[in-house]
Ligand binder design. Structure first.
Ligand SMILES: NC(=O)c1ccc[n+]([C@@H]2O[C@H](COP(=O)([O-])OP(=O)(O)OC[C@H]3O[C@@H](n4cnc5c(N)ncnc54)[C@H](OP(=O)(O)O)[C@@H]3O)[C@@H](O)[C@H]2O)c1
Length: 232
């Protein structure tokens, strides 16, 4: 896809991976609608923030009413917003389980539901869902977060087969540990410089978006090369 002049909707743009991919798409000449609870710091004439808690279906529906009042076609939908809580499953408060599923899974459902009818009509579009390497293997103390991201994997691989004949691409991204605020709820892990950088994850998405129209990247697994430092 030639990115210049295309419209992207990105969830969770206040920081981390969502902020990084927003900036890279703006640099490529895209118009970006950023959906989130906090606006963050992006200042760009082609960036439009829409206040939206993606856990709330009415919020998401209202955000897309605002978007389609301004433009006719969304070409790119990046479902990025998400969070993790960690620990023994039996100790996890129900509200943390609910918040993770509502954000990491329901949010993607609401956004896909909002954008797919128009993408089908346009016979064109690219949806990118951010899962995690936690969607590829089980991890102790990460069972609830893993469950949400396995759901993202299942949704993405099924949706890809559901909408490819309409000219719509679906890519699922599986990043390893990335240096963002994501680890604020993790007592054991602190972000460090041998992790992926949010810009690295953003770059792989931009490259996937730039692929020719006749094929697409279904799954993108990316990991830091030396997560414990050089030679370790
Ligand atoms: N960092 C990692 O190691 C890693 C690895 C694999 C996958 N991931 C995934 O990558 C995605 C981005 O995470 P990140 O690392 O960039 O973490 P981050 O720095 O904590 O950013 C998360 C973003 O999601 C937004 N968000 C959270 N809940 C939201 C809600 N209910 N409504 C709207 N926006 C919401 C946050 O906005 P506000 O809090 O400002 O509202 C923030 O902008 C997540 O899906 C995460 O699971 C991260």
């Amino acid at each position: 896809m030639e990115l210049k002049g295309k419209t992207a909707v990105i969830t969770g743009i206040s920081k981390g991976i969502g902020e990084a991919v927003s900036k890279q798409l703006l640099d490529k000449g895209c118009y970006v609608f950023g959906l989130g609870r906090n606006a963050g710091s992006i200042q760009h004439p082609n960036f439009h923030f829409i206040s939206c808690n993606i856990r709330n279906s009415a919020d998401v529906a209202n955000a897309f009413i605002q978007i389609y009042a301004k433009i006719e076609e969304v070409h790119i939908m990046i479902n990025n917003a998400g969070l993790g809580y960690f620990g023994n499953l039996e100790d996890m408060p129900e509200h943390e389980w609910d918040e993770m599923f509502q954000t990491n899974v329901n949010g993607i459902f609401y956004c896909c539901k909002a954008v797919l009818p128009q993408m089908k009509k346009s016979a064109y579009g690219h949806i990118i869902n951010i899962a995690s390497t936690a969607a590829l293997e089980g991890m102790p103390m990460v069972s609830a977060y893993c469950a949400t991201k396995w759901a993202v994997k299942g949704l993405s691989e099924s949706l890809f087969r559901e909408v490819r004949s309409f000219g719509i691409k679906v890519t699922c991204v599986y990043p390893g540990s990335t240096k963002t605020d994501f680890f604020r709820n993790s007592p054991g892990i602190k972000p460090h410089d041998y992790m992926l950088m949010p810009e690295d994850v953003a770059l792989t998405m931009v490259q996937a978006l730039e692929m020719p129209d006749n094929f697409h990247t279904v799954n993108l697994e990316i990991r830091p090369l030396q997560p414990k430092g050089p030679g370790k």
